[in-house]
Design a protein around this ligand. Structure first.
Ligand SMILES: NC(=O)c1ccc[n+]([C@@H]2O[C@H](COP(=O)([O-])OP(=O)(O)OC[C@H]3O[C@@H](n4cnc5c(N)ncnc54)[C@H](O)[C@@H]3O)[C@@H](O)[C@H]2O)c1
Length: 299
């Protein structure tokens, strides 16, 4: 990939929610994409998700049917990572958030690609320096943190490891901008910029709830109508998952100390299996159709 938008060959490894979204936006901006996953069923589901993003684009009038079929023709499923990354100009990794899995994968990939291939990880919280720690040439490695759902979310947070070369930053910014994303460039510290801000706002909201400052609904309404946030902090936490957010808080507390200590209420809800939308109950309760009901934090 060069710093200008030139169609390239992009391999996306991991075909879950994020990988499918990344493959879709890459193909939608002219790149030839190979999508792969360790699980054949997950690869099928990922390709299906790409097709449904395209169908959705057509339905909403954002994509004409011919462009949608061209887009889909640019996405190929590959059964192995080896096949997916062969000849790639850039590899974007979006596998499970597990340091060992990501490290092993990048070590394998590095042996299969050209020395100038850009290597990017979509990790939400792991240090890029650690993810890329096993590479012979970490200078071409970087974080490209996309947000869910990728086609709708406008930011790509570019995370610069201590050993990332300046040219790699330029290339990653160029790639992201070519995908239609805005970029911010951040240093490789836990929580980057987005997760750290989100953690503070969410934690403060929990503490306010514990202190009886206002109800959860009113704290969310305050953020939405008074601060112009599109979502309230509790709506956001229920979407992200209370367990996922707790893991982020724990990592931030280890790095930055007490200011990031997760609230007792947050910990109790996770202990009780109240993980947010995905478990039907977090701060709020959800019915089978995912519609939000009230909140009962007494037990
Ligand atoms: N979901 C989000 O909101 C979000 C946002 C930003 C970043 N992320 C990050 O993106 C990454 C993926 O998240 P997701 O929500 O798409 O997860 P997901 O669980 O939907 O998908 C992960 C996929 O990786 C596959 N996989 C696991 N090990 C693999 C391997 N060795 N090789 C190839 N494929 C492998 C799994 O089969 C699975 O299909 C994580 O690092 C996550 O932290 C997630």
């Amino acid at each position: 990939v060069s710093s200008e938008h030139v169609p390239a060959r992009v391999a996306v490894v991991g075909a879950g929610a994020m990988g499918a979204g990344i493959a879709y936006v890459c193909a939608g901006t002219g790149h030839a994409v190979t999508l792969t996953d360790a699980s054949p069923a997950a690869l099928d589901a990922g390709l299906e998700r790409v097709r449904s993003y395209a169908a959705d684009g057509v339905r909403r009038g954002r994509l004409d049917p011919a462009a949608a079929s061209d887009l889909l023709a640019r996405v190929q499923g590959a059964e192995t990572a080896e096949r997916a990354v062969a000849g790639a100009d850039a590899v974007i990794e979006a596998v499970v958030e597990d340091l060992d899995v990501k490290r092993d994968l990048f070590a394998r990939i590095e042996a299969l690609v050209a020395s100038e291939t850009l290597l990017a990880s979509n990790t939400s919280a792991l240090p890029i320096g650690a993810v890329m720690g096993s590479l012979q040439r970490p200078g071409r490695a970087i974080g490209m943190h996309f947000f869910n759902p990728v086609p709708a979310m406008r930011l790509c947070e570019i995370v610069v490891g201590a050993r990332t070369e300046t040219e790699t930053v330029t290339r990653a910014v160029g790639l992201a901008q070519g995908l239609g994303k805005e970029t911010v460039v951040v240093r490789d510290v836990p929580g980057f910029a987005t997760s750290r801000l989100n953690a503070v706002i969410g934690n403060e909201a929990f503490r306010m709830l514990e202190d009886g400052v206002a109800t959860a609904e009113d704290i969310d309404t305050a953020a939405k109508l008074g601060l112009n946030h599109p979502m309230g902090p509790f709506e956001m936490i229920d979407l992200v998952g209370l367990d996922v957010r707790l893991a982020v808080m724990n990592a931030l507390e280890r790095e930055f100390g007490d200011a990031y200590r997760p609230s007792d209420l947050h910990r109790r809800l996770v202990r009780d299996g109240r993980l947010g939308r995905k478990s039907g109950r977090g701060i709020y309760e959800y019915d089978h159709a995912g519609r939000r009901g009230g909140t009962d934090l007494s037990a």
